[in-house]
Design a protein around this ligand. Structure first.
Ligand SMILES: Nc1nc2c(ncn2[C@@H]2O[C@H](COP(=O)(O)OP(=O)(O)OP(=O)(O)O)[C@@H](O)[C@H]2O)c(=O)[nH]1
Length: 209
């Protein structure tokens, strides 16, 4: 089921992609709770929230529709629908998990290239930076990878509230870039995917169907 979102001005769709367990939901929850937005959070369903961000000068309020998606392979068919109109994608890996970094190029960027309809601005996030002693993925390698694909890149920890400022800054840059290029939708053409519906697995099994 889908419904239109009310509101004026530009609206951008933002998605999280990456392996299971890298911290996508934990980062998503920072968007729910953080006071930096200075506006109330609108929860559309447990996996989708709406927040406003102000860019400029000149000041312009842009509505962000932020979708959390599951990384596990069995939900991949279901999450593909999010890629189609995504304006910005957070590509998340864990600095403590080697495969999660390699899968960014081997799986997630390929999934997006196959399924998206327009341009998607990509931001690479190396999460769990608080676990420096367990680091597997060197920062220099991730930085080089991001430069190769012209992505913004940060390392952060979803459990450090202060690190959200880094994410917010890089997101603001990306939002400004997308809006300058004439991207984003308006209230008439944004449609919300209703996550309350059960997600079928690739093999057709569905716990709630
Ligand atoms: N130390 C540390 N733990 C984290 C961090 N981010 C997430 N975690 C933990 O990692 C585990 C997985 O986090 P999630 O946010 O559920 O991961 P996910 O990517 O949403 O996983 P899926 O929903 O399966 O795709 C949880 O136990 C989190 O508490 C972080 O920055 N540092």
């Amino acid at each position: 089921m889908a419904s239109n979102v009310a509101g004026a001005g530009k609206q951008l769709r933002i998605i999280f992609v990456g392996d299971s367990g890298v911290g996508k939901t934990s980062i998503f929850k920072l968007f729910e709770n953080h006071e930096v937005f200075q506006s109330p959070v609108v929860t559309i369903n447990p996996q989708t929230i709406e927040r406003n961000i102000v860019i400029g000068p000149p000041h312009e309020t842009v509505k962000l529709l932020i979708y959390d998606t599951a990384g596990h392979e069995r939900f991949r068919t279901f999450t593909r629908q999010y890629y189609q109109d995504a304006d910005i994608a957070f590509l998340v890996f864990s600095i403590t998990d080697g495969p999660s970094f390699h899968h960014i190029g081997e799986i997630w960027m390929k999934e997006m290239a196959t399924n998206r309809q327009g341009n998607t601005e990509m931001i690479l996030i190396g999460n769990k930076s608080d676990l420096a002693d367990d680091r597997i993925n060197p920062q220099s390698t991730s930085k080089q990878f991001a430069e190769q694909y012209q992505m913004r890149f940060i390392e952060m920890s979803a459990i450090k509230n202060d690190d959200f400022q880094k994410l917010y800054s890089v997101l603001k840059e990306a939002v400004t870039h997308v809006i300058k290029k004439g991207g984003g939708g308006t209230k008439e053409d944004i449609v919300i995917i209703n996550d309350d519906e059960p997600a079928p697995r690739d093999d057709g099994w569905c716990s709630k169907c």
